[in-house]
Design a protein around this ligand. Structure first.
Ligand SMILES: [Zn+2]
Ligand SMILES: [Zn+2]
Length: 726
């Protein structure tokens, strides 16, 4: 490395991960011995550390001609030139995401790169790339390489399990539309209508049209949809080689993640299958982005830059000229609204597939009015009878409840003691299996006390019910029943507790599939995605809570969960006519359940959108939350309120306040976690542009308010744009 003054050395701007609170928001300046193309990965010194960075000309944190003292600039340590630079499109995506979600570009860019890159030299990288290229060329089977579009006649799948699939007229129509129009598309298809097949056809067509084209397929959680991954691999690895389909999700080892990333970046991977993080995958020839189950809240990141991978997919598609297809049986109300007719202002094209393949039947929805059932019964007599019928016929039932553990609270029968968490505003949950009280928020876990800690009474009792207790209860209720083979009934529970160990979920699911299980008990985890062919009864034990939630999105989430759960029943044609969804409710006439009974998402969406419009809620307004954490609730709220007052007194922010509402600070619904108090402030505007302009200007105010002596107790704050939970 030449000294800074060496002839030929040039000034290079480099983006590194600077923490948001440091207020170094742009690129930093370094010397480089030779000009480096934008997007080149480099290693640079910062203070005592050496960091990975990206050459990022254009926006410099160091004003170019005032404070810049060339003698103080340090040279870059190394350039990872073995790697092709990141594309201008990728950099534009990062810049947009950083601006929109109010974070630094450095944070977003570096979080989007595989962590292992941070510790590799250019030589090591070069070697890794060579190895990947060699493996890729070895695995391609030239005789199966398609010479032209294989769209109408898909190649036989490698597993031999499935033959070429005949499309339904609805599928064919959706695919035709996809080819004729630019999109973005919202594929609105009932559960079991064959959305995956449409995704695969569209992918196949675009990949066949160009030998370099790449497709990004996003799913909420890969572990929950192993069948989807298997189908994509079976089809596209057969065509383009074993390395043509790579996965990208947080469950992978750092080495696997790096390999997938390199395969995508080098173009060797034709299909990237990933969770929300994959929206930032470097894919130089991206032609298609699919977002399956687009309504799923997991597409919204809950930490760092709180981005929505679904919304970024739309932006990225436009940026790169790639087609975008969102898919769901219960679209988010935002996407549903955007896909209204173009004449009414819709921007997405809605493709409808209302029919279920095979039987064409959706399960019958039955409501049990719990007001007319024996008091405090958990499984009502008619539901129990329906389950007994299934058991006698050798069919499976699925019962779900959204609370894991044995009981949500332990209570003293004498005094008022309850198993509160000393560090959180929540109860510790009783787990009978290891007799612990566990806080699901801070993780505190203790043995159950022998007697009430407050009064010494040995009689402390579980209150309420979690999946563990439901499993125990069902075992008692079904103890005398027999399967057709004379064996006792087998019950299995699947939730976050039973699946903690790697591989257990897969083996549990396999047992359900082979029919070893008669009754499956679990949290909403079991309601999503799985293709259980022999389940003919799905029951929601206590779904009412969400009807009365203070979160305006709770009904939307409940409806979608119940629709998805209902879709688990009767996937197999031979049993479809007997399939039922049971709801135990004290509100049987609630419009949400009425719409569910008719499997009528459009009716439900219309009524919800009407309510949202009247209340000026999203998608008819735009929101952001500022959340603050502090040692005391006073400090957290004080900081937010002070920043709000300052906004009113500063000209750049005050001018925008006429078109924008800043609400007073309030405690978050979980006000305290692990002894940290949390408060939030809602910002709302009918205009996205106004909201964005305000947030950018307000950032500086928040930073300076934080250093006010009165805000000493504030630990951190963050902005959440388009928040999902309010
Ligand atoms: Zn007591
Ligand atoms: Zn706790």
């Amino acid at each position: 490395m030449p000294p800074p003054s060496a002839p030929g050395a040039c000034l290079t701007q480099v983006l590194v991960h600077t923490p948001a609170h440091s207020q170094m928001t742009g690129a930093l300046s370094y010397w480089s011995p030779a000009p480096l193309p934008p997007g080149t990965l480099v290693r640079v010194p910062l203070g005592q550390r050496e960091l990975l960075g990206v050459v990022w000309p254009g926006e410099s944190a160091t004003p170019p001609d005032t404070a810049l003292d060339p003698a103080k600039l340090r040279p870059i340590t190394a350039a990872l030139e073995a790697l092709p630079p990141l594309s201008p499109h990728w950099r534009a995506l990062i810049s947009f995401a950083a601006g929109y979600y109010q974070r630094t570009a450095g944070e977003v860019a570096l979080a989007a790169l595989p962590p292992q890159l941070r510790d590799m030299s250019s030589v090591q990288l070069g070697r890794r790339l060579k190895k990947l290229a060699k493996a890729a060329s070895a695995s391609v089977k030239p005789e199966t390489r398609p010479t032209q579009a294989s769209d109408t006649a898909p190649a036989p799948e490698a597993t031999g399990a499935s033959q070429s699939v005949r499309l339904t007229p609805e599928q064919q129509q959706a695919i035709d539309q996809f080819h004729q129009q630019a999109g973005p598309f919202l594929l609105f298809g009932a559960t079991g209508s064959g959305k995956t097949e449409v995704f695969m056809h569209c992918t196949a067509a675009l990949l066949a049209a160009s030998s370099e084209a790449q497709a990004l397929v996003m799913v909420p959680e890969i572990n929950l949809t192993p069948q989807l991954e298997a189908r994509f691999k079976a089809r596209f690895c057969a065509l383009y080689g074993d390395d043509a389909v790579v996965s990208m999700h947080s469950g992978m080892t750092p080495a696997q993640r790096l390999n997938s990333w390199l395969a995508a970046h080098s173009g060797a991977a034709r299909v990237v299958l990933g969770t929300r993080m994959a929206v930032f995958a470097s894919m130089p020839q991206l032609r298609l982005i699919v977002v399956d189950e687009e309504h799923d809240p997991s597409y919204k990141s809950g930490e760092g830059a709180r981005y929505s991978a679904r919304d970024l997919a739309i932006y990225r598609g436009r940026l790169e000229g790639a087609k975008v297809m969102l898919g769901s049986a219960t679209p988010s109300l935002e996407s549903w609204y955007h896909s209204r007719p173009a004449a009414e202002g819709g921007r997405y094209l809605r493709l409808e597939m209302p029919s279920r393949i095979g039987s064409g039947q959706l399960p019958l929805v039955r409501r049990v009015d719990m007001n007319h059932q024996p008091k405090s019964c958990i499984i009502s007599p008619p539901l129990l009878a329906a389950m007994a019928q299934r058991i006698a016929r050798g069919e499976q039932s699925m019962v779900f409840l959204n609370r894991r553990g044995y009981a949500p609270v332990l209570q003293c029968s004498d005094c008022d003691w309850k198993s509160e968490c000393p560090h959180c505003s929540a109860y510790r949950v009783f787990h009978k299996i290891d007799r612990t009280l566990r806080c699901h928020h801070c993780g505190l876990s203790e043995r159950v006390p022998r007697a009430c800690p407050a009064c010494g009474n040995p009689d402390i009792v579980p209150l309420g019910r979690g999946t563990e207790r439901l499993e125990e209860h069902l075992a008692e209720l079904l103890a005398d029943l027999r399967r057709p083979d004379g064996e006792p009934v087998r019950i299995m529970r699947i939730d976050a507790d039973t699946t903690r160990l790697k591989g257990t979920l897969e083996s549990q699911l396999a047992q359900v599939h082979t029919g070893e299980v008669d009754v499956l008990v679990g949290t909403q985890m079991i309601a999503k995605g799985h293709d259980f062919r022999r389940i003919t009864l799905v029951a929601a034990v206590n779904p009412d809570n969400a009807l009365f939630s203070s979160d305006f999105r709770a009904p939307e989430r409940l409806f979608s969960l119940l629709m998805q759960a209902a879709g688990r029943a009767g996937r197999d044609e031979t049993v479809a006519t007997q399939s039922e969804m049971w709801l135990q409710t004290c509100q049987p006439a609630h419009p949400l359940y009425e719409a569910l009974k008719k499997h009528d998402y459009p009716a439900f969406a219309a009524s919800q959108l009407k309510e949202r419009q009247q209340a000026a809620m999203p998608p008819f307004s735009f929101q952001a939350l500022v959340r603050a954490e502090a040692r005391s609730q006073e400090a957290a709220q004080g900081f937010l309120n002070l920043a709000s007052q300052t906004a009113a007194s500063q000209s750049d922010t005050a001018a925008l306040l006429a078109h924008l509402m800043l609400y007073p600070a309030v405690p978050m619904s979980m006000a305290r976690i692990a002894n940290i108090e949390r408060a939030q402030m809602l910002v709302e505007s009918p205009s996205r542009t106004v909201l964005q302009r305000f947030l950018s200007a307000w950032q500086g105010v928040l930073h300076s308010t934080r250093s006010d002596p009165s805000c000493k107790g504030v630990i951190r704050w963050a902005i959440d744009v388009d928040p999902l939970n309010i």
